[in-house]
Design a protein around this ligand. Structure first.
Ligand code: FE2
Length: 287
């Protein structure tokens, strides 16, 4: 192993700060050790990396195949010409505002994402944090009656539905936003309890895209999903909010964490780079 890194666990049920590592140059043994830490803690925070897009793509590829089109994309309030997206009906901003509600990536696609590498290129003076929630700990903390009740329950997941719920309808075509995820033909149905394919741990799986639990009325379903989502994040030990410094790299396990963006002053630029790791074709497939 050519790099010996140090770990500083967060005072949370998950998450660890990793130092002493340059993620551009990882030999197999070092990466295997880092991957094991990732499975254990679900969230790696690696400061001071300042990756180019191609370096980020190479690092993300070590975790698995990447979702086509999302290998290393900027998520920002800045147009390619450098001006700010300040129109309230800007489709990209609608998606960014939608993602300020707790969710897991790609649950509305046939394959839920495995995880993501996310890094900060330009951060605003203040705010613009990203928050994460440990859905393993949330599941563990449920009372037995609820665990029983949801054990065989499922929910539909839809981006078009969740954006509409928030009044942030986004066009699937003729839009600056690519329409990614808005034109899914068969709405995925997913269990409310997800078993992690590598650790075997159970986690709660709802979030903003979930709705329409079969066998429940739509009111009962909405109530249950809202209750589970609120419960997931009510205990501070299960939630971590990251305040970004430029050059930070975060890797999250999307199979057992929820996340959300946080607001900032949109007159300031914020540029993040996102690499989405594709889910396994069996364990992350919809039912
Ligand atoms: Fe997301």
């Amino acid at each position: 192993m050519d790099q010996s890194f140090s770990l500083q666990p967060l005072e949370k049920t998950f998450g660890v700060v990793v130092t002493g590592l340059d993620v551009r140059n990882l030999d197999e043994e070092t990466f295997a050790a880092l991957y094991a830490v990732w499975l254990d803690y679900s969230l790696l925070i690696i400061p001071g990396q300042h990756l180019s897009k191609s370096e980020q793509r190479s690092f993300a590829l070590k975790f698995g195949d990447l979702v086509p089109g999302l290998e290393a994309v900027e998520i920002s309030n800045v147009y390619p010409d450098g001006s700010l997206r300040d129109k309230p009906d800007d489709d990209m901003m609608k998606i960014i505002r939608g993602n300020m509600h707790w969710h897991q990536d790609n649950t509305y696609m046939p394959l839920q994402a495995k995880g993501a590498v996310f890094s900060a290129k330009i951060v605003p003076e203040k705010q613009g944090d990203t928050a994460f929630a440990d859905m393993r700990a949330a599941y563990d903390a449920l009372d037995e009656t609820t665990k029983q009740f949801i054990s065989a329950k499922t929910a539909y997941h839809s981006l078009a539905h969740s954006q509409a719920q928030l009044g942030e309808e986004t066009k699937a075509t003729a839009s600056e936003y690519s329409g990614y995820g808005l034109d899914v033909e068969d709405t995925p149905l997913r269990p409310l309890v997800k078993v992690h394919p590598e650790t075997g741990r159970k986690s709660l799986a709802a979030g903003r895209h979930a709705y329409g639990i079969p066998d429940l009325s739509s009111q009962e379903s909405d109530r249950l999903i809202a209750k589970l989502n609120a419960f997931s994040v009510e205990d501070a030990s299960r939630v971590y909010q990251h305040s970004w410094s430029e050059g930070d790299v975060i890797v999250w396990d999307n199979r057992c964490l929820m996340h959300r963006a946080m607001p900032w002053d949109y007159s300031e630029p914020r540029v993040m780079v996102h690499s989405r790791i594709a889910g396994d074709e069996i364990s992350e497939a919809a039912l």
